[in-house]
Ligand binder design. Structure first.
Ligand code: FE2
Ligand code: FE2
Length: 294
């Protein structure tokens, strides 16, 4: 097998991922803890531990020198911590959706933050194992991931605003619908341009990552068309829209000018995720523009 050169931005990209997502993971542990029933001491203690662990990893990521070995070790340790927080989120989610535990977090919120953790972990594994995804495939994966996340945020905001805040609830709901429409378009483009992604999703989950069985690798390679570039621009535009909405919401929440169950930290958390989405989508945009189109 041909050995690809390690990506030139391995250090920059690893640090960008870690400096952002470790902070986010620490906040997830806090959000889970705040929503647990107060008698769940074992889960509460694990949440406190995880919050501390990821805060330490964030401090370490901020100080990690631009050195390949140090960055590689950081990635490995963060992956280990991610295994732990993903398992924790899975336990909390399962107990909630089997009605063995109540609390004040929506099940979809726990699923959402577990998706964020799984994707972060995959990004680090891809960096450490030098796995590079073809650009058409990467573009659609990033877009579909972030469209779902941004749509979830819109619906969480709609459901956590006080019902009396009618115009804001309406706007948040509309954002949710717009992101859903875009995500469906993304899925259509994905089966047109990256049919192997579609086919892989039809295989049992435990085959993922292994070599495909015979007969499963005959579909065309992913390719870029002008419509995909336009789609990326549409996703960026929609994300800028919700970023501005979240920034306005954060201001209102901080000034105590709106009735809701949204803490200033949660409002700033979803705003920072919109900024990260824009960073990721703009990287994709630059790569798409370098590519020849069919
Ligand atoms: Fe998050
Ligand atoms: Fe999120």
């Amino acid at each position: 097998m041909e050995v690809r050169p390690i990506r030139t931005d391995f250090i920059t990209e690893s640090l960008r991922q870690n400096r952002f997502w470790t902070q986010i993971m620490s906040e997830h542990a806090l959000f889970i803890r705040e929503g647990l029933p107060c008698g769940e001491t074992a889960l509460i203690n694990e949440a406190i531990e995880l919050q501390r662990l990821f805060a330490q990893l964030k401090a370490r990521a901020d100080q990690t020198p631009r050195d390949q070995a140090a960055v590689c070790a950081l990635n490995r340790d963060v992956i280990q911590a991610l295994d732990r927080i993903i398992a924790f989120k899975s336990v909390v989610l399962k107990r909630m959706i089997t009605c063995q535990m109540g609390g004040f977090n929506y099940p979809l919120l726990i699923d959402h933050i577990r998706r964020e953790a799984i994707r972060f972990r995959t990004n680090l594994e891809k960096l450490n194992n030098n796995i590079q995804t073809p650009i058409a495939e990467l573009a659609l994966e990033e877009e579909i991931f972030w469209l779902r996340i941004m749509g979830d945020h819109a619906r969480f905001i709609a459901h956590l605003l006080d019902p009396s805040e009618r115009p804001l609830v309406k706007r948040a709901t509309q954002f949710g619908k717009d992101f859903e429409t875009l995500r469906l378009q993304g899925l259509d483009l994905q089966s047109m341009l990256v049919p192997r992604d579609f086919e892989n999703h039809l295989l049992p989950a435990d085959l993922m990552g292994g070599p495909l069985p015979p007969g499963f690798d005959n579909l065309p390679e992913p390719f870029v068309i002008p419509r995909l570039r336009r789609f990326n621009e549409e996703v960026i535009e929609a994300t800028m829209g919700i970023r501005d909405f979240k920034a306005a919401a954060l201001e209102l929440i901080e000034a105590c000018k709106v009735l809701s169950l949204i803490s200033p930290l949660l409002a700033s958390h979803v705003l920072r995720e919109a900024e990260m989405a824009l960073g990721d989508l703009e990287m994709v945009n630059r790569e798409l523009n370098k590519m020849k189109v069919e």
